[in-house]
Write a protein that binds this ligand. Sequence first.
Ligand code: SAH
Length: 354
Amino acid sequence: MLAKIKTDIRHLTLHELKEAFIAKGDKAFRGQQVYEWLWKKSCIHFDEMSNLNSETHQWLDENFVINAIKVEDKQISSDGTIKSGFRLHDGFLVEGVLIPADNRMTACVSSQVGCSLTCKFCATGTMTHERNLTPGEIYDQVVLIKEWAQTHYQKPLTNIVFMGMGEPLLNYNNVLKGIEKITSPEGLGMSSDRITVSTAGIAKMIKRLADDNVKFNLALSLHAANDIKRNQIMPINESNNLQAVGEALTYFYAKTKKRITFEYIAFNNFNESLKDAKELLAFCKNIPAKVNIIEYNPTGNGQFTKADSEKIDSFCAFLERNGIVARVRRSRGKDIDAACGQLANKKHEEAMVD
Ligand code: SAH
């Protein structure tokens, strides 16, 4: 006999869960109870849902699964950054990071297994896109990283950034559903203001975020304010050029009144000259934004090196003198390959050698 294929119960909406209980001849509020166990109490075992009887536990077991993620090889950096691989139910691996600072605890989470965008400076960009993460898998990363903040630092998680593996706007529905579970009072109840979704710049989806009136923050991985240069390092720019992305961001700001963050990796001898700074300034003129200048983290392909600190500082100072809010962000967790763009690097290289 063929084994019955069980549904991942976390794919069901509250309404669908209630309907499932009604169809089995039970009360709708049982569905509500299960929903709370899943999304408020982050329970991943039916038999731990203690206000349900054993008959219900058995029925849940026979019909559903909870495809939770599992922590694999947790590493702690000398600067306190914690990274782990998360094993998915079908064997894939993604990574998530906790970045501790004096006044904040930030979770950096993945949205896809691999990535389709092939940005030239990013380790994840060398992997193929295998699949999108489900809302439950996105939610689980937050739950687990939140636990690390408590156990290692006795502090609550304060911020979440979608800057791990993958392009969140190419997994639009699941990312939004995951964020809904993380922020809603029926879920973890965290603040949308403390969530940032980072995109390589998919104009159409940025407009859709605006139309969906999202409450979280948006960051654009800009890295060059010149189409020729940006095409060289981010192939997505060929179909979503600076004008298209700029228009989408203006639209996003007009609808949400949320200021955009531009991320700008400073590459040695590529995008850190005065001319580059002037181009960035011109791009910023039309869009209310602040600029985070990021140190380049080596990913092993040798194509890029990081810019000199003095150059980065004068690039930043130029922007500030011209009325742009700009900050230099130093990397965290480099010794364990947990810094931006380094995720899945080593594992992937090992896999490529096999
Ligand atoms: N796809 C999304 C989110 C993942 S990347 C995006 O492009 O924004 C998260 C951030 O890390 C992006 O700003 C990305 O440009 C940056 N990044 C990628 N590789 C990096 C590297 N080697 N050094 C520093 N930052 C890097």
